[in-house]
Design a protein around this ligand. Structure first.
Ligand SMILES: [Zn+2]
Length: 211
């Protein structure tokens, strides 16, 4: 098999193992098939070695579950959004948090998470008023901070000015993780935190200033 075929077969087998682990019914044979493929790809892991060294018939149901989980971890298998819709739903929830800040700052427009047809990698993108900008979000790479970064790029592309801006210094903000909370930071005054993402202070009145 050429590398593309290997990759495709790996995705398909990985998806079957992932689904069977999640929904039940994982069979040892399928797991051994995946282990062979992974080793053909010149990657040997503790789980592939155990799967190939032991007799398949000797593997207990508990072994199969343990080795299935270990193998997917070891090869960094990440399900697609299609395979694990919960990953996409999480992004939508994260985007709702960011949207609170958008509305608090008086910006209108439709903000949503989509998986566009044109992205052959199957990534999720933030769409703002029909526009895309920056990079897509691969499955498993969500979180409020990453979604806020992606949203910020799409929003700024459309409104054509910095967003959000510091209420004190009128300077464009950036995202940062602060004690595991995603926050908006300002670079003025040696740097200060404006608000956790999703808790932006509502402006007393709309600022119409354009840079
Ligand atoms: Zn500031």
């Amino acid at each position: 098999m050429d590398p593309d075929e290997l990759r495709q077969t790996f995705r398909e087998l990985g998806a079957r193992v992932y689904t069977a682990l999640r929904d039940g019914g994982l069979e040892a044979g399928l797991l051994v098939e995946l282990a062979c493929l992974v080793e053909d790809w010149t990657v040997s892991t503790p789980a592939t070695r155990e799967l190939l060294e032991r007799r398949t018939a000797e593997l207990t149901a508990a072994d199969v579950l343990r080795l299935g989980g270990a193998l997917l971890d070891e090869v960094n298998f990440v399900p697609t959004y299609a395979l694990e819709p919960a990953l996409f739903a999480e992004l939508e929830e994260d985007l709702k948090v960011v949207e609170r800040d958008l509305r608090a700052t008086g910006v209108t427009g439709t903000l949503r998470m989509v998986i566009p047809d044109w992205d052959s990698m199957g990534m999720a993108w933030v769409e703002f008023d029909g526009a895309f900008q920056g990079n897509g979000i691969p499955p498993g790479a969500g979180g409020v901070l990453n979604v806020a970064d992606a949203a910020q790029e799409a929003i700024m592309e459309v409104i054509w000015r910095a967003w959000p801006v510091c209420p004190v210094h009128d300077r464009g903000l950036y995202t940062e993780a602060e004690n595991e909370t995603a926050v908006w930071r300002c670079t003025a005054d040696e740097g200060h935190t404006v608000a956790p993402i999703g808790e932006f202070p509502p402006l007393p009145r709309r600022r119409g200033r354009v840079r």
